[in-house]
Design a protein around this ligand. Sequence first.
Ligand SMILES: *Cc1c(COP(=O)(O)O)cnc(C)c1O
Length: 377
Amino acid sequence: MTVDHLTQQSQPNPVESPKLPPSDLKPWRGLIETYRPYLPVTDTTPVITLLEGNTPLIPVPYISQQIGRGVKVLVKYDGLNPTGSFKDRGMTMAISKAVENGAKAVICASTGNTSAAAAAYARRGKMRAFVIIPDGYVALGKLAQALLYGAEVIAIDGNFDDAFKIVRGMAENYPVTLVNSVNPYRLEGQKTAAFEVVDVLGNAPDWLCIPVGNAGNISAYWMGFCQYHGLGKCDRLPKMMGFQAAGAAPFLTGQPVPHPETLATAIRIGNPANWNKAWETQKASHGAFNGVTDEEILAAYRMLASQEGIFCEPASAASVAGLLKVKDQVPSEATVVCVLTGNGLKDPDCAIKHSDNQLKSGIKADLATVAQVMGFA
Ligand SMILES: *Cc1c(COP(=O)(O)O)cnc(C)c1O
């Protein structure tokens, strides 16, 4: 067959195609455009966006069944944001405001996802991005992202809390803008996740379960629910249920943890940056903080993937692990939203290491052998 022949074959049909009805699907314009009236932006704020937000709220029937009593559980899968975590929500705001204020560089300390988001949005805003990470404790996917997006990555011999002290000092003394969650614009962007939950459910859920590290996200969700409640968009407020890894649980011990340990590296934080906001959220919402062990986190991580088809990172699974742990406290018929903060592809090492599924390898390449391995022969 010649190339000419192919070209002739693919000529468009001269017959006029039937008119399709107009689609009512409106393109998503990113969270700043969508929620502009509720955000601290003006007509002159340059919007740096990757069309983040609008992530799905997915029912999880197997997990609902584990609780029973008519409880309905849904997950807010924020791992489907452009860089694979909810950090994009805060970063579109923080970077847009940094550009508006004339910044040339941003800096953050990160367990990985903040660095990936900061790098992507800063580079899109034509700024330098400096990220300080704890050497050896950042999941592979996150490190790959920060490097490829073009961040200047500095790995220190210390943990997140050490890195955070350094970046605070850098932002005080040098011309770099801090984009950790102490930057108020981060929480402004992140609160839009609560708006989306209410917009989909038609009201606030009874419970909101969420993993807690620096406690920026739990505080941001609460801000969002309260703002929507004030506007009459929902007629109730959820109980905010925060879950920390047992080895990194300062909200359970009531004081900073000097050497936090957990395989859920995104919440391996001993001295949360949003300490007071987190406690205010817990009190105002009549919520609670609870701890989950790494084993409980992994069980929920495997359950989400193998029973629901949802691959999140270990830190994210803390919300579901926590819900299952305190399931007897959930009111009958309640609607519960668990936040899945990051995508499972961020940490492939963890998935392979902790899957109880076996790779069948070294199999001869013929049908009979494969059929036998599959149990058909
Ligand atoms: C950042 C992060 C968290 C913790 O959020 P905080 O706002 O620090 O409490 C949880 N899970 C993932 C995947 C994260 O990246």
